[in-house]
Design a protein around this ligand. Structure first.
Ligand code: DAT
Ligand code: MG
Length: 155
């Protein structure tokens, strides 16, 4: 998997409450993204203050953190070509009503903060977010029999 990239995804409390975990994971799987880490995470206020530090001065900062602590979230690390951009494309724009049809946010949600999914927005953010939520031992390197079809140069 030369030049592949890793990105961090969180399936938010609304995804869990609405029984959409499977459908969302399926969208990443069907693209060919490899799930290299996955677990439940109970987010703390400290973790969220770091994770959403770019929003610290927004009026919705506290309610956003409360929303994210309502239930555990599902954290995932996905690997594939241009994973950061490709996953953001599949997830769609922040405001679900501005997101393109066919994206997760447009197809399954209508408002913020309940837009179902977090996805890293740059390779730098992906690296620090993966380190924030996962240890090295929790991120797996493994081969799948489909790798040559998905990541190879043709068959
Ligand atoms: P994204 O999640 O697309 O990377 P972001 O980093 O700007 O977007 O914001 C993080 C989350 O904060 C977003 O997914 C939902 C919430 N949010 C953003 N804008 C908001 C607003 N105006 N009111 C309430 N929540 C908002
Ligand atoms: Mg963001």
């Amino acid at each position: 998997m030369a030049d592949s990239q890793k990105t961090l995804v969180l399936l938010k409390p609304d995804a869990l409450q609405r029984d959409l975990l499977g459908q969302i994971v399926t969208r990443f799987e069907r693209k060919g993204m490899k799930i290299v880490a996955m677990k439940f995470i109970r987010l703390s206020e400290e973790m969220l203050s770091e994770h959403y530090s770019h929003l610290a001065d927004k009026p919705f900062f506290d309610s956003l953190k409360k929303f994210m602590m309502q239930t555990p979230v599902v954290g995932m690390v996905l690997e594939g070509y241009d994973a950061v951009n490709e996953i953001r494309k599949i997830v769609g724009s922040t405001n679900p009503r501005e997101a393109d049809a066919g994206t997760i946010r447009a197809d399954f949600s209508m408002n913020v903060p309940s837009n179902l999914v977090h996805a890293s927005d740059s390779p730098e953010a992906a690296q620090s977010e993966i380190e924030r939520f996962f240890t090295d031992a929790e991120v797996f390197n493994y081969e799948k029999i489909t790798d040559k079809y998905i990541f190879g140069e043709g068959v």
